[in-house]
Design a protein around this ligand. Structure first.
Ligand SMILES: NC(=O)CC[C@H](N)C(=O)O
Length: 225
């Protein structure tokens, strides 16, 4: 299993994402630069968090046009597994790989805290390693622009199609996301974006290793193809 972690100017969670991926048994992980025209034959792509291009214009709007994103878009179109974390989620929405958009938090402030996430589906390539019986994950958030939005009819269609994988636990929605949505997939289910940071919840020293289940799930999915 070889993960590729994309880096843009302003990305700051690239090393944590790579180190999280490397905790998966037998996994390799390489860093991919924004100007690259190759994904180096990776099995899965991670678009990590940060402030790509300084969050100027609109979060993720500039990164979406980086050369490497043409490769990521093509990889996703062919069914490749792509995970977008926080700024990565914003970029994948801007790139049209995921439905909806991330708007400024209702509180208009940068927020950082540990949140509980309800696992809506544990039968996907991003959540299959969540242990049976575990219904929630403890993972941190840290963002200014995390309010998930999509038109109501689109949200209905996404829910009917099983695209909502994670929700903020009742009473814990930190940013005003519609329907408490914390993470969604595309229609085909091979691209997943979430605002919380699973790569910051992989070491017992930080209080939770729940984030590791996402990387493990991705590796299992690739192994089972
Ligand atoms: N942690 C991050 O990836 C931050 C995402 C984004 N730049 C925001 O503040 O909304």
């Amino acid at each position: 299993m070889k993960f590729g972690v994309v880096r843009f100017p302003g990305t700051c969670d690239d090393f944590d994402a790579r180190d999280a991926a490397l905790r998966v048994d037998g996994a390799q992980a390489v860093l991919l630069w924004h100007g690259d025209h190759s994904l180096q034959d990776v099995d899965a792509v991670i678009v990590p968090g940060g402030f790509s291009y300084g969050d100027y214009l609109r979060v993720g709007a500039i990164a979406r046009f980086a050369p490497v994103m043409s490769e990521v878009i093509e990889f996703a179109r062919q069914g490749g597994t792509v995970l977008g974390i926080c700024n990565g989620f914003q970029i994948l929405c801007e790139a049209g790989l995921l439905p909806g958009a991330l708007l400024p938090n209702t509180g208009r402030r940068f927020i950082f805290r540990q949140v509980d996430l309800d696992v809506v589906r544990a039968d996907t390539r991003f959540t299959s390693a969540v242990p049976a019986g575990q219904t929630s994950l403890s993972i941190p958030i840290k963002h200014t622009t995390g309010r998930y939005y999509a038109p109501e009819d689109q949200l209905d269609a996404m829910e009917a199609n099983g695209q909502v994988l994670l929700r903020y636990a009742p009473g814990q929605n930190p940013n005003g996301s519609l329907r408490d949505i914390a993470g969604v997939t595309n229609e085909a289910g091979n691209v997943f974006g979430l605002m919380p940071h699973p790569e910051h919840a992989v070491d017992p020293l930080t209080g939770s290793v729940d984030g590791l289940t996402l990387f493990t799930s991705m590796a299992q999915a690739v192994a089972n193809v």
